[in-house]
Design a protein around this ligand. Structure first.
Ligand code: PGA
Length: 257
């Protein structure tokens, strides 16, 4: 295979799980495997807000392991009780945030326009967004997944200039595969990832599209990661359930190209 220039990424999404002690123990267990990701590889742990500082500190000596927020608010600052801004995340030394996870879209009514504002704020404060897209089951069953996902990309990302899109991270997460144990086949994943890259290439040019890391999410496990990640346009995974098990997530890290 020709050498791949874009980053290969194993991203953990802890969601709303674990206490601080449990989270620290999980990170300790994960690091105890001693896996050193390669030069083009990156491990990102998206942990709950209250744990960002502590986990960041545990990873301080590990160049290729880093933390991410799971969300930011779509307004810059002000009277939004309980919300967390991009600037706050940047101010504690965190460099990534997930944006537009399907659970946020579904349970917190986040729409494409709101997510465009979040993408802008994350870039303004120098956070790398991990932008999630993906279709629900009904759309997959009607065969309209390509149109649905390209619309998500167009409405939330395509206002960005080309230089902002270079080295971007997109996570394709078919909703029917999240937390269901029903993984997309590696062919289904590759098909959608290639489609996403094509949509990006049409807007930003092939060269820029080739720099974007496109992660697959939805029931990634130690047992299926290698097969999924071996696909040419699958640049790693965004992992929920299996990221809560250190051995499983370590296997996923070691499955990166
Ligand atoms: P899952 O979640 O791995 O538990 O399916 C993935 C995600 O929601 O990011």
């Amino acid at each position: 295979m020709a050498s791949i220039k874009r980053k290969q990424i194993a991203a953990a999404n802890w969601k709303m799980n674990l206490t601080l002690d449990q989270g620290k123990a999980l990170v300790g267990d994960l690091l105890s495997f001693g896996t050193e990701p390669g030069e083009q590889q990156q491990v990102i742990l998206a942990v709950p807000f209250p744990y960002l500082l502590a986990v960041n500190e545990l990873l301080a000596s590990k160049e290729r392991y880093t933390v991410s927020a799971q969300n930011i608010y779509y307004q810059k600052s002000g009277a939004y009780t309980g919300e967390v801004s991009a600037e706050m995340i940047r101010s504690i030394g965190v460099g990534y945030t997930i944006i537009g996870h399907s659970e946020r879209r579904e349970y917190f009514s986040e729409n494409n326009e709101m997510l465009a504002a979040k993408v802008d704020l994350s870039l303004e404060y120098d956070l790398v967004p991990i932008f999630c897209c993906g279709e629900p089951l009904s759309i997959r069953e009607s065969g309209n997944q390509e149109e649905y996902v390209s619309n998500q990309l167009k409405e939330s990302l395509f206002h960005l200039p080309e230089e902002k899109m270079a080295n971007f991270i997109i996570a394709y997460e078919p909703i029917w595969a999240i937390g269901t144990g029903k993984t997309a086949s590696s062919e289904q994943a590759q098909e959608m990832h290639a489609w996403i890259r094509k949509v990006l290439a049409e807007k930003y040019g092939e060269e820029t599209a080739q720099t974007v890391s496109i992660l697959y999410g939805g029931s990634v496990k130690g047992s299926n990661a290698k097969e999924l990640f071996s696909q040419p346009d699958v640049d790693g995974g965004l992992v929920g359930g299996a990221s809560l098990n250190a051995a499983d997530f370590d296997t996923i890290i070691r499955s990166l190209k």
